[in-house]
Ligand binder design. Structure first.
Ligand SMILES: Nc1ncnc2c1ncn2[C@@H]1O[C@H](COP(=O)(O)OP(=O)(O)OP(=O)(O)O)[C@@H](O)[C@H]1O
Length: 285
């Protein structure tokens, strides 16, 4: 387990990372939001980007994607995709280089059918991997004529992931896919993500540690706009002291004290570790 955020995901150099972020700094308006974010995403499997609410996870992925809000700018550091410097590049350039993005709100068009949602996601002249998408999510083929807005949360997440997998992506970034979902749907989404990660590396922003435990091999933890830990996800989650200090797990704070979002999580908690906390949580995947 690494305590050096700049060291990447472990000591074994292994295959080169698909995404490499170093000392990334972002300002939005007058505020310094990121002050030194660094991590690698391995070319296979799932890397989880973790941290309490408001530490800069979404800002990090949006900076990688050139999607910072108005008044936001990258003020330092580098972002490399397969070794190529894409720091501060515009979104269409980054996307064209093979990055799929599933935003927190999923970005699915509710009034359009499943087939239309997929058709709209087709990038350039292809190839477009309909075979892969239908192989991974046969349900979407069966429901291709159904309006996406009438699908369950889990099915909509399938559409969102399918949109990202349809194109030749080297990396898919998924932001809080289980947020606000009932435990049954969380399980469904975790299965979908697991299937997706067998085909393309995934950078997953996730606060549900049961989902992280199930899916992620590597973990990156941010705190106050900086990387404070990188390493093996299972080892991090097995270390009560670290999860308490880095993620707030196990602290019996009153709702809101940890910057949490009480009431956001629907359904019961699994209590996998017999814990209830607010910023980072355990819900049955
Ligand atoms: N458009 C913006 N203008 C000003 N500040 C912003 C803006 N977007 C985000 N921030 C601030 O940047 C910080 C990091 O936010 P960000 O959404 O990246 O955190 P996060 O770790 O993804 O949190 P969450 O888990 O709540 O989504 C927060 O303090 C937030 O208030």
């Amino acid at each position: 387990m690494s305590t050096n955020p700049e060291a990447g995901s472990g000591t074994d150099p292994g295959p080169p990372p698909v995404l490499s972020v170093r000392d990334l700094r972002v300002r939005i308006g007058q505020s310094s939001i990121l002050q030194g974010v660094g991590f690698d995403v391995a070319p296979t499997g799932t890397t989880a980007l973790l941290g309490r609410n408001g530490v800069g996870k979404t800002t990090t992925v949006r900076a990688v994607l050139g999607l910072l809000p108005e008044g936001g700018e990258v003020t330092g550091g580098t972002v490399r995709l397969d070794g190529e410097d894409v720091t501060g590049h515009r979104t269409h350039t980054v996307v064209r280089r093979g990055v799929g993005y599933v935003p927190e709100d999923r970005g699915v068009f509710g009034s359009l059918t499943v087939a239309e949602n997929l058709a709209l996601a087709e990038r350039g002249s292809g190839p477009h991997h309909y075979d892969l998408v239908h192989d991974l999510f046969p349900e979407l083929k069966a429901r291709r004529g159904q309006r996406a807005g009438t699908l369950s949360g889990g099915q909509q997440q399938m559409v969102a992931l399918a949109r990202a997998l349809l194109n030749d992506n080297r990396l898919v970034i998924v932001d809080e896919p289980t947020k606000g979902l009932a435990p049954r749907v969380v399980t469904e989404v975790a299965e979908v993500l697991q299937r997706a990660a067998e085909r393309v590396p995934v950078l997953l922003v996730e606060q549900n540690l049961a989902v992280v435990r199930r899916l992620a091999r590597d973990a990156v933890v941010l705190d106050a706009g900086r990387t404070v830990h990188t390493g093996d996800a299972a080892a991090l989650l097995a270390d009560r002291e670290l999860t308490t200090s880095l993620l707030g797990v196990g602290r019996h704070e009153r709702a809101g004290q940890a910057g949490g979002r009480p009431g956001e999580q629907s359904g019961e908690q699994s209590g996998e570790q017999g814990q209830r906390e607010h910023a980072t949580k355990e819900t049955t995947p």
